[in-house]
Design a protein around this ligand. Structure first.
Ligand code: NDP
Length: 491
């Protein structure tokens, strides 16, 4: 591909229907993680800017037409946003690859279409919703209405920027709320366009606002304490979620949290390895392992351990690590220097814990122009002790641990030996065992003989420290609405 530097973008805030500069005109740099080249200067929202965005969203909610228009009209505009995303999909995929370091073709074929689908799905879904009716003989009649809550703060991480933001924005808008969005400061490029896309789709000014900035003591925190914000939908790290909950407590903000994970991917001896291996490779190394749902602990029944290790290692060695913009690339860099340092610190930890390195553990050989990129080979360890730090902590990079087990009971015990509970995966041809494991792994989603297959009607969220609440289908609509009962005397 050669040098992939493009023009340096200037990214502004989008408040009340227009792009605006930071009130202090301060900006921060965003770098391409594949090369460390500066790709954008981003306006940093101050407390004053966040206040302006929240007040614009409040005004649009209280005084604007958005929540009062018919569901059909509102949802039509949301569907139009989805269409514009598809019309601009090459541009958006290019930006996502540049910003996050993910392969362009993955963004183009999976994430950008899913971002559009997040909007059109909730528009379609909302149009089919009704309320309930509870007649009390012929004396009284109760019926319910689901009304929007108000102004939502939507705060998202850097690993799947547009996909995770639209996952919140779809139900937020379909139910008639207004939004202030804050993408992660490292990856703001695609999300910064959502205000403009909403405006082009005919969504009134002030309904979709985007502020750029950092988390603690910056735009993120200002949003979570702002009196005009009624609810917070947050995806990110568990420790950040704890802080946000404390900050939102004084004004009793409603919260929905999608947090960290450390999924067990359990491979039984009767599993079809022809399927389990390529899917487990994806689950470990997709997006350089920077996926909350990553199958980062692979539990392998000891009777097939040798065969699994040989085949898994061979499959990992066949992944092409390289330039995210190149269509043949399977894995790019991790997102930033700070994250690279965090991920690679686990190589020393693994070593100190006497883990066996099976593959990777160093920088891959790359062309000169990628020499400064934050690259690590797909890395595989074997670790017998499920309490080791590499088996317990969310590394969020291309580092996976294989843990042997003997019996089903032992596999379950190891799978549940974690503070997280976002998801789990099980590979077996034994139907009864598949159900038993699915019932007993304490996690919000269990995939049997597959991974990351999503029906947006289904609930999504975590047990334990992986989250609070559920998103998806009617679960999202419940979070973004107030249920009201109306009781009418008939006589
Ligand atoms: P962080 O928690 O660091 O950040 C997430 C977002 O919150 C960013 O926009 C961040 O801003 C902002 N933020 C940080 N501190 C505060 C604060 N005090 N108040 C308000 N906002 C704040 O997560 P990462 O970006 O590092 O994302 C990785 C994490 O996300 C992993 O733990 C992963 O498991 C989780 N995740 C969970 C998913 C799920 O569905 N359960 C899906 C995807 C990821 P800034 O970046 O500017 O600091």
């Amino acid at each position: 591909m050669g040098n992939i530097q493009t023009e340096v973008k200037e990214v502004k805030l989008f408040i009340d229907g227009e792009y605006v500069e930071s009130s202090t005109n301060s900006t921060f740099e965003v770098k391409n993680p594949a090369t460390q080249e500066v790709i954008a200067h981003v306006h940093e929202a101050t407390n004053e800017d966040v206040d302006r965005a929240c007040r614009a969203a409040r005004r649009a909610f209280e005084e604007g037409p958005w929540r009062k228009m018919t569901v059909a009209e509102r949802c039509g505009k949301i569907r139009r946003m989805a269409e514009i995303i598809i019309e601009r999909k090459e541009e958006l995929a290019r930006l996502e690859a540049l910003d996050v370091g993910k392969p362009y073709h993955v963004a183009l074929e999976r994430e950008i279409p899913r971002a559009a689908h997040n909007l059109s799905f909730f528009a379609d879904f909302m149009e089919k919703q009704g309320g309930e009716v509870y007649p009390m003989e012929d004396e009284y009649l109760n019926y319910t209405r689901y009304e929007p809550v108000g102004v939502a703060a939507l705060i998202t991480p850097w690993n799947l920027p547009l996909m995770l933001t639209t996952w919140k924005l779809g139900p937020c808008l379909a139910t008639g709320n207004t939004a202030v969005i804050k993408p992660a400061e490292m990856t703001p490029l695609t999300v910064s366009l959502l205000g403009e896309i909403a405006k082009e789709a005919g969504i009134p000014d002030g309904v979709v606002n985007v502020v750029q900035g950092f988390g603690a003591d910056s735009a993120g925190e200002f949003m979570t304490t702002h009196p005009d914000v009624d609810l917070i939908s947050f995806t990110g790290e568990t420790t950040t979620g704890k802080g946000i909950m404390k900050n939102g407590a004084d004004s009793l903000k409603r919260v929905s949290f999608e947090l960290g994970g450390k999924a067990a991917n359990i491979i039984f001896e009767d599993a079809n390895l022809d399927k389990a291996i390529p899917v487990s490779i994806q689950a470990a190394f997709m997006n350089s392992g920077q996926v909350c749902l990553a199958g980062s602990r692979i539990l392998v029944q000891r009777s097939i351990m040798d065969e699994f290790v040989d085949r898994f290692k061979k499959a990992a060695s066949e992944l092409k690590v390289g330039d995210p913009q190149d269509v043949s690339t399977n894995m790019g860099p991790v997102v930033s220097e700070e994250h690279y340092n965090k991920v690679t610190s686990y190589l020393d930890i693994a070593n100190d814990e006497n883990s066996t390195l099976v593959y990777g553990g160093k920088r891959p050989d790359l062309p000169d122009y990628l020499q400064d990129g934050y690259y690590l080979e797909p890395t595989i360890y074997i670790q017998e002790d499920p309490n080791a730090r590499i088996c317990q902590e969310e590394i969020f990079g291309p580092v996976v641990t294989l843990i042997p087990f003997d019996t089903e009971e032992e596999a379950l015990e190891i799978a549940n030996n974690t503070e997280y509970g976002l998801n789990g995966v099980v590979w077996t041809d034994n139907l009864q065992r598949a159900h038993r494991i699915s019932h007993n792994v304490r996690a919000g989603t269990i995939w049997v003989n597959c991974w990351f297959v999503r029906d947006l009607r289904a609930p999504f969220g975590g047990f334990k420290k992986s989250g609070i609440g559920r998103e998806g289908g009617h679960h999202s609509l419940e979070f973004f609405t107030e249920a009201k009962n109306i009781c009418i005397a008939l006589k």
